[in-house]
Design a protein. Structure first.
Length: 441
């Protein structure tokens, strides 16, 4: 292994040659595809409660305001996982963190299918949330680190598009499963599918090259050469030199708030928080709001599918446009426009044209939301990427806790769907205006 204190330029040149130059190897494509599939299952696992909330409430005799707590505790788990589990990936590795979190999610989903009380639901959903929160940042980081710079934003946004796609497909899976086998079958299906992904993660996701270079040990050269072989790149005889002073600096969450990063970090956190508040209100309560408005349980599930289906299109479209337009300005436009559509829906008594409105809101809201992930992955360096993305997601998820909780209180008080849409349009306007100031291309 090479030793000595020199500029880290040599390391950066090596990464650029391996990742940014030349053809894209099958391994790089597989990393993104497996990350996309995991995100898709996360979307199903997290929104499974929205599909089953009516049946759970009836069978276990749990009131809507208490079910709101179940929604919020899962999202609180995601917040804690993103803030305190995700940074562990910057110490132990992205791959190890992903394997641990997939196991945690799969087992807790299966356990939820056996729940018979409010407290069991709270515990199992909190564990699911911890796993999802810990894994999301690692997926974004490893996808960014195996994607050429030209396609990095598109890759991060594409894998994050798996989340609403999983929620959309989950709607079509849950709608026939629930009447035939009960609400429990939705959790069993999600849990077993998630556990089966351990095989793909083990064989198809190598550890990040950037991570192995930054956290090198006596086996690093051999491990890196194995990955280089999978990437069809020449093997190394010695490791690129790094700046040993920088290596000893051990970045942590306080590194996100240094003078050069503080303003951007706080701005990013605020935009995430307000966006999460509205997004998770919509994802959690659309089916229940429709049932309260007199529609069937299946109709409510398909309405959630319309919202999440619009999101998939919005995310892919934003990824394509972002190569030509400032990313932060695009995100701001998406989020403020989604608030406008929500308000138009409310004042136009839009329930008569519900699906087009929900598709449009999903397109704009979740498209802008996923763009924030790409911003977070771009503004932090490799040694801080999982920590930076994790804390942005984690602190933002405080809004995700508040949104479903207050939504449950409003629904319990008889507040209509239209008025709820007006209330939760306000955080979206704030999120969009804040996003404009991030100035990220």
């Amino acid at each position: 292994m090479a030793t000595g204190a020199v500029s880290e330029t040599e390391e950066l040149v090596f990464i650029r040659k391996v990742i940014d130059e030349g053809s894209i190897a099958t391994t790089q494509i597989l990393v993104v595809l497996v990350a996309f599939t995991l995100n898709m299952l996360d979307g199903f696992d997290v929104t499974a409660m929205a599909f089953t909330v009516h049946g759970i409430g009836q069978e276990l005799q749990i009131a809507p305001n208490h079910l709101g707590i179940v929604f919020s505790v899962a999202l609180a788990g995601m917040m804690i996982g993103a803030m305190f589990l995700a940074p562990v990936a910057d110490m132990l590795g992205r791959r190890k963190m992903i394997i641990a979190c997939v196991t945690m999610i799969g087992l807790s989903m299966c356990a939820t299918g056996f729940a018979t009380s409010l407290w069991e639901l709270i515990v199992y959903r909190a564990i699911t949330g911890l796993g999802v929160g810990g894994m999301l940042a690692s997926l974004a980081a490893i996808s960014a680190e195996y994607t050429p710079a030209k396609y990095r934003s598109l890759a991060v946004m594409s894998i994050t598009a798996g989340y609403p796609l999983g929620a959309t497909l989950g709607s079509f899976i849950a709608a026939p499963l629930i009447p035939a086998y009960g609400w429990q079958s939705v959790f069993f299906a999600g849990g077993l599918a998630t556990l089966s992904m351990l095989i793909l993660v083990y064989f198809f996701i190598p550890e990040s090259l950037q991570f192995m270079l930054a956290k090198r040990n006596e086996n690093s050269l051999a491990q890196i050469n194995l990955v280089l072989g999978r990437l069809k790149r020449p093997a190394l005889t010695e490791l690129p030199l790094i700046d040993m002073q920088a290596e000893r600096a051990r970045p942590n969450v306080l590194s996100l708030l240094t003078q050069g990063r503080r303003v951007r970090t706080l701005t990013l956190w605020a935009s995430f928080l307000f966006c999460f508040m509205s997004l998770y209100f919509m994802m959690s309560w659309i089916p229940k709001l429709l049932i309260n408005a007199g529609f069937s349980e299946s109709f409510g599930v398909y309405a959630a599918a319309a919202f999440n289906g619009g999101a998939v299109i919005g995310i892919v479209t934003l990824g394509w446009i972002s190569a030509r337009v400032s990313l932060s300005k695009l995100i701001g436009t998406y989020l403020t426009s989604s608030a406008v559509v929500m308000i138009i829906f409310a004042y136009a008594s839009g329930v008569n044209h519900l699906f087009p409105y929900l598709i449009a809101i999903g397109f704009l809201l979740q498209g802008g939301f996923v763009g924030l992930y790409a911003v977070a992955a771009k503004i932090y360096p490799t040694e801080l990427r999982s920590t930076g993305v994790g804390w942005a997601i984690g602190l933002g998820r405080f809004g995700a806790v508040l949104g479903p909780y207050f939504g449950g209180l409003f629904i319990a008080q008889g507040v209509s769907m239209e008025v709820n849409f007006i209330i939760f349009a306000v955080p979206l306007i704030l999120s969009g205006l804040i996003a404009y100031t991030l100035a990220v291309r």
